[in-house]
Design a protein around this ligand. Structure first.
Ligand SMILES: Cc1ncc(COP(=O)(O)O)c(C=O)c1O
Length: 214
Protein backbone atom coordinates (compact mmCIF):
# COMPACT_ATOMS: atom_id res chain seq x y z
CA UNK A 1 0.00 0.00 0.00
CA UNK A 2 2.86 2.40 0.88
CA UNK A 3 4.50 1.64 -2.50
CA UNK A 4 1.29 2.61 -4.32
CA UNK A 5 0.88 5.78 -2.29
CA UNK A 6 4.55 6.73 -2.80
CA UNK A 7 4.34 6.11 -6.55
CA UNK A 8 1.20 8.20 -6.93
CA UNK A 9 2.61 10.97 -4.75
CA UNK A 10 5.79 10.96 -6.84
CA UNK A 11 4.26 10.88 -10.31
CA UNK A 12 0.71 12.27 -10.19
CA UNK A 13 -0.12 15.90 -10.96
CA UNK A 14 -0.93 16.61 -7.31
CA UNK A 15 -4.18 18.26 -8.40
CA UNK A 16 -6.30 16.06 -6.09
CA UNK A 17 -5.78 15.71 -2.36
CA UNK A 18 -6.19 12.06 -1.41
CA UNK A 19 -7.10 9.98 1.65
CA UNK A 20 -4.23 7.62 2.62
CA UNK A 21 -5.94 4.47 1.29
CA UNK A 22 -5.00 2.45 -1.81
CA UNK A 23 -8.06 0.70 -3.25
CA UNK A 24 -7.22 -2.29 -5.42
CA UNK A 25 -10.50 -4.14 -6.04
CA UNK A 26 -14.27 -3.78 -5.92
CA UNK A 27 -17.37 -5.99 -6.07
CA UNK A 28 -20.84 -4.45 -6.09
CA UNK A 29 -20.76 -1.70 -3.46
CA UNK A 30 -17.72 -3.15 -1.62
CA UNK A 31 -14.09 -2.12 -2.03
CA UNK A 32 -10.88 -3.67 -0.74
CA UNK A 33 -7.49 -2.10 -0.07
CA UNK A 34 -4.12 -3.71 -0.61
CA UNK A 35 -4.18 -5.19 2.93
CA UNK A 36 -7.55 -6.86 2.33
CA UNK A 37 -9.59 -4.38 4.42
CA UNK A 38 -13.14 -4.01 3.15
CA UNK A 39 -14.95 -0.68 2.70
CA UNK A 40 -18.40 0.35 1.50
CA UNK A 41 -18.15 2.52 -1.61
CA UNK A 42 -20.39 5.48 -0.91
CA UNK A 43 -18.93 7.51 -3.79
CA UNK A 44 -19.22 5.15 -6.81
CA UNK A 45 -16.84 7.36 -8.78
CA UNK A 46 -18.94 10.41 -7.77
CA UNK A 47 -22.01 8.67 -9.15
CA UNK A 48 -20.70 7.40 -12.49
CA UNK A 49 -20.44 3.76 -11.32
CA UNK A 50 -23.80 3.35 -9.62
CA UNK A 51 -24.17 -0.10 -11.22
CA UNK A 52 -21.37 -1.27 -8.92
CA UNK A 53 -17.92 -2.78 -9.36
CA UNK A 54 -17.07 -6.02 -11.13
CA UNK A 55 -20.39 -6.56 -12.92
CA UNK A 56 -19.75 -9.39 -15.37
CA UNK A 57 -22.28 -8.23 -17.97
CA UNK A 58 -20.81 -4.69 -17.96
CA UNK A 59 -17.22 -5.93 -18.16
CA UNK A 60 -18.13 -8.42 -20.93
CA UNK A 61 -19.92 -5.76 -23.00
CA UNK A 62 -16.93 -3.40 -22.69
CA UNK A 63 -14.49 -6.18 -23.63
CA UNK A 64 -16.62 -7.34 -26.59
CA UNK A 65 -16.92 -3.82 -27.98
CA UNK A 66 -13.19 -3.15 -27.51
CA UNK A 67 -12.42 -6.31 -29.48
CA UNK A 68 -14.82 -5.38 -32.28
CA UNK A 69 -14.08 -1.65 -32.56
CA UNK A 70 -12.18 0.36 -29.92
CA UNK A 71 -13.33 3.82 -31.00
CA UNK A 72 -15.36 5.51 -33.70
CA UNK A 73 -15.36 9.30 -33.86
CA UNK A 74 -18.56 11.08 -34.87
CA UNK A 75 -17.20 11.95 -38.32
CA UNK A 76 -18.68 8.63 -39.48
CA UNK A 77 -21.76 6.62 -38.45
CA UNK A 78 -21.70 3.61 -36.17
CA UNK A 79 -24.29 0.88 -35.54
CA UNK A 80 -23.80 0.63 -31.76
CA UNK A 81 -23.82 4.40 -31.23
CA UNK A 82 -26.99 4.69 -33.33
CA UNK A 83 -28.77 2.18 -31.07
CA UNK A 84 -27.45 3.89 -27.91
CA UNK A 85 -28.72 7.28 -29.07
CA UNK A 86 -32.15 5.85 -29.83
CA UNK A 87 -32.31 4.15 -26.42
CA UNK A 88 -31.23 7.30 -24.56
CA UNK A 89 -33.75 9.41 -26.45
CA UNK A 90 -36.51 7.02 -25.30
CA UNK A 91 -35.32 7.11 -21.68
CA UNK A 92 -35.17 10.90 -21.38
CA UNK A 93 -38.29 13.03 -20.72
CA UNK A 94 -40.53 13.89 -23.66
CA UNK A 95 -39.11 16.59 -25.91
CA UNK A 96 -35.46 15.70 -25.20
CA UNK A 97 -34.71 13.88 -28.42
CA UNK A 98 -31.14 14.86 -29.30
CA UNK A 99 -28.13 13.53 -27.40
CA UNK A 100 -24.61 14.98 -27.02
CA UNK A 101 -22.28 12.12 -26.08
CA UNK A 102 -19.20 13.13 -24.08
CA UNK A 103 -16.63 11.85 -21.62
CA UNK A 104 -17.15 13.63 -18.32
CA UNK A 105 -19.35 15.85 -16.22
CA UNK A 106 -17.27 18.91 -17.00
CA UNK A 107 -17.52 18.22 -20.72
CA UNK A 108 -21.30 17.86 -20.43
CA UNK A 109 -21.44 21.25 -18.69
CA UNK A 110 -19.18 22.85 -21.34
CA UNK A 111 -21.48 21.43 -24.01
CA UNK A 112 -24.58 22.69 -22.19
CA UNK A 113 -23.15 26.22 -21.86
CA UNK A 114 -22.24 26.34 -25.54
CA UNK A 115 -25.59 24.90 -26.66
CA UNK A 116 -27.36 27.48 -24.49
CA UNK A 117 -25.40 30.35 -26.03
CA UNK A 118 -25.92 29.22 -29.60
CA UNK A 119 -29.60 28.36 -29.10
CA UNK A 120 -30.51 31.66 -27.42
CA UNK A 121 -28.01 34.07 -28.99
CA UNK A 122 -27.35 35.31 -25.42
CA UNK A 123 -24.24 34.99 -23.27
CA UNK A 124 -25.22 35.30 -19.59
CA UNK A 125 -25.20 32.30 -17.27
CA UNK A 126 -26.81 32.23 -13.83
CA UNK A 127 -25.32 29.70 -11.39
CA UNK A 128 -25.67 29.30 -7.63
CA UNK A 129 -23.67 29.82 -4.47
CA UNK A 130 -22.01 26.52 -3.35
CA UNK A 131 -22.61 25.07 -6.84
CA UNK A 132 -20.07 22.67 -8.36
CA UNK A 133 -20.03 21.96 -12.10
CA UNK A 134 -16.47 20.87 -12.87
CA UNK A 135 -12.99 22.23 -13.35
CA UNK A 136 -12.63 23.10 -17.05
CA UNK A 137 -12.72 26.83 -17.79
CA UNK A 138 -16.44 27.12 -18.62
CA UNK A 139 -17.56 24.67 -15.95
CA UNK A 140 -15.22 26.29 -13.42
CA UNK A 141 -16.76 29.66 -14.18
CA UNK A 142 -20.11 28.29 -13.01
CA UNK A 143 -18.56 26.54 -10.00
CA UNK A 144 -18.74 28.79 -6.95
CA UNK A 145 -16.03 27.75 -4.46
CA UNK A 146 -13.30 30.47 -4.62
CA UNK A 147 -10.61 27.91 -3.71
CA UNK A 148 -11.18 26.18 -7.09
CA UNK A 149 -11.47 29.40 -9.05
CA UNK A 150 -9.09 32.03 -7.78
CA UNK A 151 -5.85 30.77 -9.35
CA UNK A 152 -7.38 30.67 -12.84
CA UNK A 153 -8.82 34.13 -13.41
CA UNK A 154 -9.94 35.56 -15.71
CA UNK A 155 -12.72 33.02 -16.15
CA UNK A 156 -15.63 33.07 -18.64
CA UNK A 157 -17.40 36.44 -18.23
CA UNK A 158 -21.10 37.10 -17.59
CA UNK A 159 -21.58 34.34 -15.02
CA UNK A 160 -23.40 35.34 -11.85
CA UNK A 161 -23.95 33.29 -8.69
CA UNK A 162 -27.20 33.58 -6.76
CA UNK A 163 -28.49 31.96 -3.56
CA UNK A 164 -29.64 28.35 -4.01
CA UNK A 165 -33.32 27.57 -3.37
CA UNK A 166 -34.12 31.30 -3.51
CA UNK A 167 -36.69 32.14 -6.18
CA UNK A 168 -36.58 35.87 -5.46
CA UNK A 169 -32.85 35.90 -6.23
CA UNK A 170 -33.55 34.03 -9.47
CA UNK A 171 -36.33 36.45 -10.35
CA UNK A 172 -33.86 39.34 -9.98
CA UNK A 173 -30.99 37.65 -11.85
CA UNK A 174 -32.63 36.07 -14.91
CA UNK A 175 -33.09 38.66 -17.66
CA UNK A 176 -32.97 39.13 -21.43
CA UNK A 177 -29.17 38.55 -21.41
CA UNK A 178 -29.50 35.15 -19.72
CA UNK A 179 -28.71 32.17 -21.94
CA UNK A 180 -29.06 29.58 -19.17
CA UNK A 181 -29.51 28.85 -15.50
CA UNK A 182 -27.45 25.94 -14.16
CA UNK A 183 -28.18 24.17 -10.87
CA UNK A 184 -27.56 20.82 -9.24
CA UNK A 185 -30.81 19.19 -8.11
CA UNK A 186 -28.81 18.02 -5.09
CA UNK A 187 -25.71 20.06 -4.31
CA UNK A 188 -22.85 17.72 -3.50
CA UNK A 189 -19.56 19.55 -3.13
CA UNK A 190 -21.24 22.43 -1.30
CA UNK A 191 -22.75 20.11 1.34
CA UNK A 192 -25.82 18.01 0.74
CA UNK A 193 -28.55 20.49 -0.16
CA UNK A 194 -31.65 19.50 -2.14
CA UNK A 195 -33.48 21.84 -4.45
CA UNK A 196 -37.13 22.08 -3.37
CA UNK A 197 -39.77 21.09 -5.90
CA UNK A 198 -41.20 24.60 -5.69
CA UNK A 199 -37.77 26.08 -6.51
CA UNK A 200 -37.20 23.86 -9.54
CA UNK A 201 -40.70 24.44 -10.90
CA UNK A 202 -40.39 28.19 -10.26
CA UNK A 203 -37.00 28.29 -12.01
CA UNK A 204 -38.38 26.37 -14.98
CA UNK A 205 -41.32 28.78 -15.26
CA UNK A 206 -39.05 31.83 -14.97
CA UNK A 207 -36.68 30.47 -17.63
CA UNK A 208 -39.56 29.67 -19.98
CA UNK A 209 -41.06 33.13 -19.49
CA UNK A 210 -37.75 34.94 -20.06
CA UNK A 211 -36.38 32.82 -22.89
CA UNK A 212 -33.50 31.23 -20.95
CA UNK A 213 -32.62 27.54 -20.77
CA UNK A 214 -32.49 25.57 -17.51
C1 LIG B 1 -22.55 18.18 -10.03
C2 LIG B 1 -21.28 17.93 -10.78
N1 LIG B 1 -21.13 18.48 -12.00
C3 LIG B 1 -19.99 18.29 -12.71
C4 LIG B 1 -18.96 17.51 -12.22
C5 LIG B 1 -17.71 17.32 -13.04
O1 LIG B 1 -17.65 16.01 -13.50
P1 LIG B 1 -16.27 15.37 -14.00
O2 LIG B 1 -15.40 15.23 -12.80
O3 LIG B 1 -16.69 14.08 -14.61
O4 LIG B 1 -15.69 16.31 -15.02
C6 LIG B 1 -19.07 16.89 -10.96
C7 LIG B 1 -17.98 16.07 -10.42
O5 LIG B 1 -17.98 15.61 -9.30
C8 LIG B 1 -20.27 17.11 -10.21
O6 LIG B 1 -20.42 16.59 -9.00
Amino acid sequence: MIATIDLENTYSSGVYSKRPVAIVRGCGASLWDAEGREYIDCAAGHGVANVGHGRLEVASAIAAQAQRLITCPEIVYNDVRARLLERLAHLTPEGLTHIFLCNSGAEAVEGALKFARIATGRSGIVATLRGFHGRTMGALSTTWEPHYRESFAPLVPEVSHIRYNDLEAAEAAINEQTAAVIIELVQGEGGVHMASEEYVQGLAALCRERGALL
